[in-house]
Design a protein around this ligand. Structure first.
Ligand code: HAM
Length: 418
C-alpha cells in the first residue's frame, strides 16, 4: 500500500481529469460505493475457487454486530449490489462508472500492490454485442487521449455457463488423463477451477494443454453470433485485436465476451485493463436477471506508462503562474492580500512562506516552476507597485502599478502561449 507523493500525484490528477472527460463523452454517470461489503457478496460474485476469494481478501468479523466484512477487492460486485438495492434499472438500463482504491492481499511487486486503484465502467441492462464493442472501443479512445501506444487487445468468447459446464467436463477428463505431466498448481486447480489451468505460466503445463479440447469447439450458435457481432463492430471502427482462446479471466462471473488490454513495457504485470460480459451476476446475487458488461483499468499501471512516455517532455503538472516574494516592514500583509486578490482573479499564485533572504526566496520561486516572480520590497510598497520578474525567459524586469498587475499577468501569459 503506497503513499502517492506530490510529484506523482500531479500525474494522477492529470490522468483523472482526462478519464473524467472521456467518460462524459460516452454518457457514463458516476456512482460511489462503500469500500466495505459483506464478505458473502464477493464469495458469490467472484467465485469461491478464485485466487481473489481463496487467498487475497482482507476479511474480518465485525464483533459488534456479528457481520463478516471485506475490503472490496474489485468494484463490479458492489456496483451490481447497489443497482439491485436501489432498483437503478427500474426505468431502463444504466451506464455507470466508479473509481477508487481496491484491496487484494497479493505478493507485492512492480505493478502489483495490495491497495491499488481502478476506474471501473459498467453498462447495466444491455444485452447486445454493440455494448461490448462500445466498451472496448472506448478503451482504445482513452489510450489515444492519454498518448499511449503499443497496447494490444486480447479477446475471447467463453460462451454460456451451460456451454462452459460441458467444456469443463471434457477438460477435466483430459487433465486427469495427463495428470502426471501437470504441476502441483494445475493438479490442484484441475478440480476446483479447471479453466484457470489454461492460463498457467508453466511451459511444461502449456505443452500438455496444446492438445487439450478447445472451448471454442463447445460453443453454440447464439454464443458464436454474439461474438461475431462484437468482432464486426470492432472491425468497423478499426480496433485491432487478437483472439486468445486461453483467456478466461480471474473472476468467475463472466460469460461470452472477455477481454484484456496488455502492455509489453510493464514486465510481468502488463495487463492494464480487463473486463467482459457478466449476464448472470444480477441473478446470482439476488436481483432480477439483467444482462451487463464492463471493465476496470488499473491506474498505477496506466500512470506508469503515461509517465514513461512523458519523461522526455517534462512534467505535466500545472505550475504556478507566479510566486510572490516579499521582505521588509509591512510587506507581509501587502503580499498576502495581493496573492489572495490574484487567486480570486483565477491566477495560480504561490505566496512565499517561512521568511529568508530575497536571494533564498528567489531560489524557491525558481524551483516552484512559476513563470514569474512578483517582488514586494519596502520601495514597491511605498509606491504601491510590484516588481515583475520573468523567470523563464530573458527579459527585463518591470515595475507594475498594483492596479495594472492583473492585466500585465494576463498579457504575459497570452504571449507565453502565443
Ligand atoms: P481485474 O482484471 O481483476 O478485473 O482488474 C482490472 C485491472 O485492475 C487489472 O487489469 C489491473 O490493471 C488492475 N489490477 C488488478 N489487481 C491489481 C494489483 N494488485 N495491483 C495493481 N493493479 C491491479 C476486475 O477487477 C473486474 N471488476 C473488471 C470488470 C469490471 N469486469 C467487468 N466489469
Amino acid at each position: 500500500m503506497n503513499d502517492i507523493l506530490p510529484g506523482e500525484a500531479d500525474a494522477w490528477l492529470d490522468f483523472e481529469a482526462k478519464v473524467g472527460a472521456w467518460l462524459a463523452r460516452y454518457g457514463y454517470r458516476n456512482i460511489r460505493m462503500p469500500l466495505v461489503e459483506h464478505t458473502q457478496l464477493f464469495r458469490r460474485a467472484i467465485g469461491e475457487a478464485t485466487d481473489i476469494v481463496e487467498k487475497e481478501m482482507y476479511s474480518w468479523r465485525d464483533e459488534l454486530n456479528g457481520e463478516d466484512l471485506t475490503l472490496r477487492p474489485e468494484g463490479t460486485a458492489s456496483c451490481v449490489r447497489a443497482a439491485i438495492e436501489h432498483s437503478l434499472l427500474h426505468d431502463g438500463p444504466k451506464r455507470l462508472w466508479y473509481s477508487g482504491p481496491m484491496f487484494r492481499h497479493e505478493r507485492p511487486q512492480k505493478g502489483r500492490y495490495r491497495q491499488f486503484h481502478q476506474f471501473g465502467v459498467e453498462a447495466l441492462g444491455y444485452p447486445g454485442p454493440d455494448v461490448d464493442a462500445e466498451l472496448i472501443a472506448m478503451c482504445a479512445a482513452l489510450w489515444r487521449d492519454l498518448g499511449l501506444t503499443g497496447l494490444r487487445l486480447e479477446l475471447n468468447n467463453i460462451g454460456s455457463p451451460q456451454e462452459r459446464a460441458r467444456y469443463r467436463t471434457d477438460l477435466v477428463a483430459f487433465l486427469e488423463k495427463n495428470a502426471s505431466r501437470l504441476d502441483d498448481d494445475a493438479r490442484r486447480r484441475m478440480h476446483t477451477n479447471p479453466l484457470r489451468t489454461l492460463d498457467s505460466k508453466n511451459p511444461a503445463v502449456q505443452e500438455v494443454l496444446a492438445s487439450a479440447p478447445s472451448l471454442a469447439g463447445h460453443l453454440g450458435d447464439a454464443s458464436r453470433a454474439h461474438f461475431d457481432g462484437v468482432k464486426r463492430l470492432l472491425d468497423a471502427v478499426g480496433v485491432e485485436f487478437s483472439i486468445n482462446p486461453k483467456l478466461v479471466r480471474g473472476l468467475d462471473y463472466y460469460n461470452l465476451t472477455v477481454f484484456e488490454w496488455i502492455s509489453d513495457r510493464l514486465g510481468a504485470q502488463g495487463t492494464v485493463c480487463g473486463g467482459g460480459r457478466y449476464d448472470g451476476l444480477f441473478e446470482l446475487i439476488g436481483g432480477k436477471p439483467a444482462p451487463a458488461a464492463g471493465f476496470a483499468m488499473g491506474n498505477e499501471r496506466l500512470i506508469a506508462l503515461v509517465l514513461e512516455g512523458e519523461r522526455s517532455s517534462g512534467p505535466g503538472r500545472e505550475a504556478p503562474h507566479a510566486y510572490v516574494v516579499f521582505q521588509g516592514e509591512g510587506t507581509a500583509e501587502y503580499a498576502f492580500a495581493l496573492a489572495e486578490e490574484l487567486r480570486f482573479a483565477r491566477f495560480r499564485i504561490v505566496l512565499h512562506a517561512g521568511g529568508g533572504s530575497f536571494k533564498s526566496q528567489m531560489k524557491k520561486a525558481d524551483s516552484s516552476g512559476a513563470l514569474y516572480a512578483l517582488i514586494v520590497g519596502e520601495d514597491e510598497l511605498r509606491a504601491n507597485e510590484v516588481a515583475f520578474k520573468f523567470l523563464r525567459k530573458d527579459a527585463e524586469q518591470l515595475r507594475v502599478q498594483r492596479g495594472q498587475l492583473k492585466q500585465t499577468l494576463s498579457e504575459a501569459l497570452a504571449q507565453q502561449k502565443g
